[in-house]
Ligand binder design. Structure first.
Ligand code: GBH
Length: 447
């Protein structure tokens, strides 16, 4: 049988600190903006908190054993900045960094490479209080400092790093819509500066990593708004590429091209962010890989009658929905990665997240038959395999998520895991999809 994926393809899964660790106020950890935000009534469905969550802080050995059984090459997780630096800056908390050393050691002992995300939205609350968090350029400096000291302290245990996970989830949702921590509603001008400061944090973080660990491999994990052309014809594909580049002008386009595109600057006018000399040299420094979190996209058509010459369909009429209101759009992974590749030819693309949530529950026999997730995986992986056949340099796939966890303001209801979590007992049950994934890794084939 022929393989769908090469021998050396990298398989794994991803989580984030606030979503899985628990131990929110233990061993000297300082509060993050999410620990503060969750106290607001109804900020999170059911008013649940991240205090215990999946308790990975204590359960990590059990979790790594399951990962080993599935056969992961890689586990992508994020560091809780305020566990390592309770004040965000200043003194390091030895117990905090020790946890991540133990986690890395356990992974390495089981043949799994740690892939660390430095920032997955849980800013130390102390920095929010001190300088307004990402409203201040200083926050990028604090971030670079945290990246530098943490990398040195990990003593080479980890070699692959994502600076920032999904800019928008912090910038716009945290500081503009206010639906995520820290729950602030700035003006457009304020928001645009927050966006810029986060880009700068990525750039400064990348630079210090180059300085302190020349052999490190570094990238971002970004989920731009992906575009799928309505037809695979040159004019529609071109329209999708132009739409993609413009709508993502403030993040991925700025990083890959070393500046904000004219369309963004024109649209924002007097609200455009303040950019200092040298910012974009840092922000657009070459990365070793580009991580794309791909869940869904938008349909685009060539529209000669419109000024922009394209139309994006926002009505989702072409989408199939999951039982958690999620979207099923396998084509997004093919078109998302292909368009990025055609626009900027990154050295390497890693699908740093992809997955779906359902109301999974154990059946009478104790197993969790998440057949929808298997359908999802089959379809998205076919789409990914097609991209690879067409020459898109995808080298790895990290499923979101390893286990059910705290889905931000959607709480614990939406279950994204390959592994079921009983939040009362902290029991883990690898779902049917975990077995699917195990076979996929073993054979390199989509079952
Ligand atoms: C990611 O992005 C985050 O990085 C991660 O922390 C989060 O848990 C994960 O997605 C899942 O949401 O139900 O298929 O339509 C956050 C943006 C918003 C993308 C919700 C996925 C739902 C996927 N996510 N969206 S689906």
């Amino acid at each position: 049988m022929t393989r769908d994926f090469p021998e050396n393809f990298i398989w794994g899964s991803a989580t984030a600190s606030y979503q899985v660790e628990g131990a929110a106020h233990e061993d000297g950890k300082g509060p993050s903006v999410w620990n503060e935000f969750e106290k607001r009534p109804s900020a999170i469905i059911d008013n649940c908190t991240g205090d215990v969550s999946c308790d990975q802080y204590h359960q990590y050995k059990k979790d790594v054993a399951i990962m080993r059984d599935i056969g992961f090459d890689v586990y992508r997780f994020s560091l809780a900045w305020s566990r390592i630096f309770p004040e965000g800056t200043g003194a390091m908390n030895p117990k905090g960094i020790d946890y991540y050393k133990r986690l890395c050691d356990e992974l390495l002992a089981n043949g799994i490479e740690p892939y660390i995300t430095f920032y997955h939205w849980d800013l130390p609350q102390a920095l929010q209080d001190k300088c307004g968090g990402w409203q201040s350029r200083d926050c990028a400096k604090y971030f670079a400092d945290y990246v530098e000291k943490t990398t040195v302290a990990l003593e080479g245990r980890c070699k692959n790093f994502f600076t920032v996970n999904e800019f928008l989830g912090c910038t716009d949702q945290g500081y503009f819509n206010g639906v995520c921590a820290p729950g602030i509603k700035l003006t457009k001008k304020g928001r645009n500066q927050v966006r810029h400061n986060m880009l700068l944090a990525h750039g400064m973080g990348l630079q210090v990593l180059r300085d302190v660990m020349p052999q490190a491999r570094v990238g971002i994990a970004e989920n731009p708004v992906f575009m799928t052309p309505v037809l695979d014809t040159p004019e529609h594909v071109d329209a999708a590429k132009r739409a993609f580049r413009e709508i993502n002008g403030h993040f991925i386009t700025a990083i890959m091209e070393g500046g904000y595109p004219d369309s963004y600057l024109e649209a924002e006018g007097g609200d455009a962010p303040e950019v200092k000399d040298g910012d974009f040299k840092l922000i657009s420094a070459p990365m070793d890989f580009l991580g794309l979190n791909i869940y869904y996209g938008r349909l685009v058509r060539f529209a000669p009658e419109l000024e922009k010459k394209y139309e994006i369909f926002f009505d989702d009429a072409a989408t199939e929905w999951t039982d958690c209101n999620g979207m099923f759009q396998p084509a997004a992974i093919y078109w998302g990665s292909r368009i990025v590749n055609e626009l900027w030819s990154p050295k390497e693309i890693i699908i740093s997240e992809n997955g779906t949530s359902n109301m999974d529950r154990p059946a009478a026999d104790g197993e969790v038959y998440d057949v929808f997730r298997i359908k999802y995986l089959r379809s998205y992986l076919e789409s990914m395999s097609r991209a690879i056949r067409d020459g898109v340099p995808i080298t790895g796939y990290l499923h979101w998520s390893f286990l059910d966890n705290l889905e931000w303001r959607s709480g614990y209801r939406r279950r994204f895991g390959l592994t079921f979590v009983n939040y009362r007992t902290q029991e883990r049950i690898p779902k049917l999809s975990a077995k699917f994934f195990k076979e996929l890794i073993r054979t390199g084939r989509i079952a």
